[in-house]
Ligand binder design. Structure first.
Ligand SMILES: *Cc1c(COP(=O)(O)O)cnc(C)c1O
Length: 394
């Protein structure tokens, strides 16, 4: 008898984001910050590290965060467009940027130089509102931020603009170079430079707060919490000190998975995928999983043949090259328990059931888990937001 044709096969490739994990992580981070008297700014740049900025922001604000941090003005305005009215700080701007829409939307703006200040104040004039400034001092990363030499002039100009009602100097802030090494001497030197910059601003009659700590410093350096902490990666459950899932208090929020589209028996001696880097050594079962480098699975992930997926309750090897859209999984000669078309293969996830993790991918690729999760191609991979992992296969 003919089978009915299904109308909804479900997503091909899917990134599942567990907001219960986000809430758990933000709860931990914000409680620890609160013990030092600090508020928590959850960083949702790069679309929430690939997890979905607005969804993560909403969960984070429910779980104890009161601020959001983003890189670009577009990212800040997208949060406002999503109906989020919590304080948002944006910190990386283009030379020709128009700040009026951001000031009008109540977005806090980082400022690193006199020229940058002029453009922000111009935007504030056109918006008809004072700009909310976080003056950034470069304490030793040499990215943006004012040098120590330029700092007094920047503070003077900002203090003058504040006195005439054009802006409010909300904060003096900086970013760490070695936070993932808990007690690196450069970290202490950076904190001392931040303190000196802040004292100078206070000496000019300003009353800014201070902030410095990313995830690693939030977790390991309560003495550097100041008034506000800015965790990013830990919010997503990835451990800034690369501790294994079982040893980390954090819960990974992202699972990358796809459904098996074909299962077949092949004989010994068959070449698999482009260039036949793998040849079957025995009769075996192969499963085709429709995710590849076009989705954010780096091709080099299976150089050396060490990539594995979690499928049918087993950790199974990917064989042959990663293609643009697909990988081939060797289910073994016995294929027990049996893999079926439609089964869900987990490429990485929380890892608590034994499946692979973003941390393991990073180790394999010689990179950091930040790059793994932000590398998932949002235009191609369907994002599904869940609360809790009940029913997930890994
Ligand atoms: C990305 C970023 C953060 C968050 O860093 P994590 O290491 O992900 O916690 C904090 N502050 C600034 C300025 C950033 O760019």
């Amino acid at each position: 008898m003919a089978q009915p044709i299904p109308t909804d096969p479900g997503p091909r490739a899917e990134v599942v984001v567990d907001l219960a994990a986000v809430r758990h992580n933000v709860g931990l981070l914000s409680r620890s910050a609160a013990e030092s008297g600090a508020a928590t700014m959850v960083v949702v740049k790069a679309d929430g590290y690939g997890h979905g900025a607005a969804d993560v922001a909403g969960a984070a604000l429910e779980a104890g965060a009161t601020w959001l941090g983003v890189c670009t003005l577009d990212e800040a305005l997208a949060l406002r467009a999503a109906g989020i009215d919590a304080p948002v700080l944006s910190w990386l701007h283009l030379p020709g940027e128009d700040f009026a829409p951001a000031v009008a939307a109540g977005v806090d703006l980082s400022v690193s130089s006199l020229a940058h200040l002029d453009r922000v104040l111009d935007g504030a004039r056109r918006a008809g509102l004072p700009a909310r400034l976080h003056l950034k001092v470069d304490t030793g990363l040499s990215r943006n931020g004012s040098t120590e030499d330029d700092w007094p002039d920047l503070v003077d100009a900002a203090a003058e603009a504040a006195a005439s009602g054009q802006c409010e100097v909300v904060a003096v802030w900086s970013h760490l170079a070695f936070a993932d090494v808990a007690h690196h001497p450069v970290t202490d030197a950076q904190a001392a430079r931040l303190d000196a910059a802040w004292r100078l601003a206070c000496g000019r009659g300003l009353r800014p707060i201070r902030h410095l700590a990313n995830s690693a410093a939030t977790m390991a350096r309560p003495d550097l919490h100041y008034d506000l902490v800015r965790p990013g990666i830990a919010v997503y459950g990835l451990d800034p000190f690369d501790r294994p899932v079982a040893e980390s208090p954090l819960r990974p929020a992202m699972t990358l998975r796809a459904r098996v589209v074909m299962v077949k028996r092949v004989r010994a001696g068959e070449g698999v995928s482009y260039g036949h880097e793998f040849t079957t050594t025995q009769d075996t079962t192969l499963a085709l999983v429709p995710l590849g480098y076009g989705d954010g699975v780096p091709r080099r992930m299976n150089f050396g043949g060490r990539m594995r997926v979690w499928l049918a309750g087993r950790s199974l090897p990917v064989v042959g090259r990663v293609c643009m859209d697909q990988v081939v999984v060797d289910c073994g000669p016995d294929d027990e328990p049996e893999v079926r078309e439609g089964d869900v293969a987990v490429l990485f996830g929380p890892g608590d059931g034994g499946g692979p993790t973003a941390q393991e991918w990073a180790d394999e690729l010689g990179t950091i888990h930040y790059e793994v999760v932000t590398g998932v191609q949002a235009r191609r991979v369907t994002r599904t937001v869940v609360t809790g992992t009940a029913g997930d296969p890994a």
